[in-house]
Ligand binder design. Structure first.
Ligand code: ADP
Ligand code: MG
Length: 695
């Protein structure tokens, strides 16, 4: 084989024996361009003796893996349609596999006497059958039942398969890759480190993941490769953290009159958790090192006042504060809440949203630039290029996961390394937090203000509608208010909106003619939405029909009841957030969840059982996986190949501990004992680092 690269692992995949230009191109499309990439294309599943079922032990309706020899094959006809069928015999019985689609393609793949493994749901029609099984053709010497081997199975695409790169095809080229470059798989960790952590060598791990000798070596290989993946993510986090710490920011050590007076005027006593958060923030901003802190606390825990007090300290030290909120409603609410106290103590506060008149805007810009405005609150309007600060000392980002990296950067660039306080009401499970926010310091407010009673939640089928209406009537007659929420899902937005609208009309005309009912949704102009929201706040409207625009941050202490229709269409974490909009005063809140089908799932039941946001988040993570968790794509660049954030928390924590220790001792990885780590970092992770630095 011609080698154009010094290290065989860097050889272009096209030149590997068994690949060639056609397959090479297809492999490139799935991100495999070198021999190294192929060796890091880990199997999706493993076939071993223990998970194979003899045909005579099959049970109808169960999923099973079967290995057999093809006895007969061919096109079959019923009156209605043609299909392709193979009959497998494994010595204990026969199994028929049927394909109704893609017949011409599939029929070319098999031949009589071949050994095949199939996977699928067992059916019965004149004998055991499987339709459209997953399948893998085995070489004669690969049968795990004879050899005790574990067979790696690779995922593939239709076009790869048609070029011969099905699972078996992958096994063949991976074998070639191991023969060709396997010896070059040097370890990036020292032997001492490996034995300290309990890791097998990298080369051994790569060999074993593709060609496991037994289940112990496979387990060790999986552990090692998961560790590696999580370790380098943590190296990224550690490097970013060190990088941030190096940034020189202004320090704000003094507490002055503004802070002192605001503190006096707060109409309640801070919770212990709020006090702890303030202490941590004060410590961070009193030194000339950039703060990068995430304030995480369940809805209603009182993050706003922490933000305001932090802002007050900055203002006491003659610098400015910017608060970035994800929606206009929230920006206005922050503005109103903070303004009440700010006005009492002479802290100059302003709000900036999208549409302002030209001359008004000019004056505002002038006052921001001169430093006359101390605290500026806004939506993304705040990051427009013409907004310049005199001395921006602190940036507060509410619901920070709603903003992209570029937006955050644009705001930060308006100051000279301003301190950063990010806030979120999304309880982020610890494993996720250390993986995705591993570069931030985290403060958790784990306490609700004292007078708050936990919300009572009920999952109720829609055939109980009358009971629900009566319940609402009773609450409203007591002087309380109610939300009725409909999910709006992007793809079918129009339809859903119509359903919500119909429902709104029905409620106001037929069900509750005696009450005032409002309707807000995302398609309303923001002024109209705010007017209606304000009317609700003033109790001029008793029942508010809403889409998810009320999702975050809205504070209506008098709202006690929330009914959520089609509740199964929301994630649990989102339901928890919605539910957090009620019970924010001292009256008890009630949340009624109505599933769209008349079917109460275990998942929804969780909402009845716990009001602990972290517990719910863990459950959500377990059920839905991390992809959906943030509801954004901002973490797409960190796709994990083998580790699973939902299950590998323990490995993640160990990896984090080692990565941070190494970066703390040797931030640039210059020392000779870290050469291997540096090398791997440079070849495989440096692009992510560049990306992270802008974040
Ligand atoms: P979130 O953390 O969800 O943003 P907020 O800051 O909006 O919560 O606070 C929720 C409500 O609790 C507000 O009405 C606020 O005035 C009130 N609150 C905050 N802290 C306390 C406290 N220590 N004692 C009593 N009420 C509080
Ligand atoms: Mg809030």
């Amino acid at each position: 084989m011609t080698s154009f690269a010094q290290n065989p692992l860097d050889t272009k995949i096209t030149y590997l024996k068994g690949v060639g230009p056609v397959r090479g191109k297809l492999l490139n499309e799935i991100g495999i361009s070198t021999v190294r990439d192929l060796l890091q294309y880990y199997p999706r599943k493993f076939l071993d003796r223990t998970n194979i079922k003899p045909i005579k032990e099959l049970k109808i309706g169960e999923e099973a893996v079967v290995i057999g020899r093809i006895e007969t094959l061919g096109l079959r006809k019923t009156r209605r349609r043609n299909f392709f069928q193979i009959t497998l015999n494994d010595g204990t019985g026969r199994l028929q596999c049927n394909w109704f689609n893609g017949i011409s393609w599939i029929s070319e793949k098999f031949s009589v006497n071949q050994k095949v493994t199939v996977f699928g749901k067992i059916d019965f029609y004149k004998g055991y059958t499987i339709s459209h099984p997953e399948h893998d053709i085995l070489d004669e010497n690969e049968d795990p039942r004879n050899t005790g081997n574990i067979i790696a199975q690779y995922s593939s695409t239709a076009s790869l398969k048609s070029a011969g790169l099905d699972s078996r095809g992958f096994r063949n080229i991976v074998t070639n890759a191991l023969l060709y470059g396997g010896r070059e798989l040097s370890d990036h960790f020292s032997q001492e480190l490996c034995s300290e952590i309990g890791l097998i060598s990298y080369g051994q791990a790569i060999h074993s993941i593709h060609k496991p000798k037994n289940s112990v070596s496979l387990t060790n290989a999986i552990y090692r490769l998961k560790f590696d993946e999580l370790f380098f993510l943590q190296i990224l986090m550690a490097k970013k953290k060190v990088f941030i710490k190096k940034e020189v920011s202004s320090s704000f050590p003094d507490i002055g009159n503004i802070t002192r007076k605001i503190y006096e005027k707060i109409p309640f006593k801070l919770t212990d958790a709020q006090v702890r958060a303030m202490k941590e923030i004060r410590r961070d901003i009193s030194i000339p090192q950039q703060m990068n802190r995430l304030l995480q606390g369940d809805v209603g825990c009182g993050k706003t006042v922490v933000a305001l007090l932090s802002a007050a300290i900055i203002a006491d030290n003659s610098a400015q504060i910017a608060v970035l909120a994800p929606t206009e409603i929230l920006a206005r609410q922050h503005y109103k809440t903070m303004k009440e106290l700010a006005d009492l103590v002479g802290l100059k506060i302003e709000l900036i949203l999208g549409g302002k008149k030209k001359d008004e805007r000019l004056e505002l810009l002038e006052n921001i630039k001169s430093g006359k405005i101390q605290l500026l609150i806004g939506t993304h309007a705040i990051i427009q290029p013409d907004i310049e600060f005199n001395n921006l000392g602190l940036v507060i980002i509410d619901e920070q996961h709603r903003f992209g990296v570029e937006q955050r950067k644009a705001l930060l660039d308006k100051g000279n390394h301003p301190h950063i306080l990010a806030m979120t009401a999304t309880p982020i499970p610890r494993t996720l937090a250390i993986t995705y926010h591993g570069d931030m310091d985290i403060t958790i407010i784990d306490q609700l203000p004292g007078n708050r009673q936990p919300i009572k939640t009920f999952v109720v089928n829609s055939n109980q509608q009358d009971k629900i209406y009566n319940f609402i009537k009773k609450e409203v007659n007591l002087g309380n208010q109610c939300f009725i929420v409909y999910p709006i899902i992007e793809e079918s937005e129009k339809l859903d909106l119509k359903a919500a609208e119909t429902e709104y009309k029905k409620l106001s005309n037929n069900i509750f003619p005696e009450f005032n009912i409002g309707f807000i949704h995302g398609k309303l102009k923001s002024e109209d939405r705010d007017l209606r929201m304000e009317a609700f706040k003033q109790n001029q409207i008793q029942i508010l029909v809403a889409t998810t625009v009320i999702e975050v941050g809205i504070d209506i202490p008098n709202a006690t009841t929330m009914v959520i229709e089609n509740a199964d269409r929301f994630g649990l974490a989102q339901l928890h957030q919605l539910r957090g909009r009620i019970g924010r005063g001292d009256k008890r809140g009630f949340c009624i969840l109505i599933p769209s089908k008349n079917e109460i799932s275990e998942r929804l039941k969780i909402m009845e059982l716990t009001s602990d946001g972290f517990e719910i988040a863990d459950e959500d993570l377990r059920i839905r996986g991390p992809g959906d968790f943030f509801g954004t794509k901002q973490h797409g660049y960190m796709k994990l190949k083998i580790a699973d954030i939902t299950k590998d928390g323990k490995i993640a924590r160990i990896a984090r501990q080692y990565a941070f220790q190494i970066i703390n001792e040797d931030p640039e990885l210059n020392s000779s004992r870290n050469t291997g780590i540096l090398q791997k970092f440079k070849t495989e992770y440096a692009h992510m680092y560049a990306y992270l630095q802008t974040g």
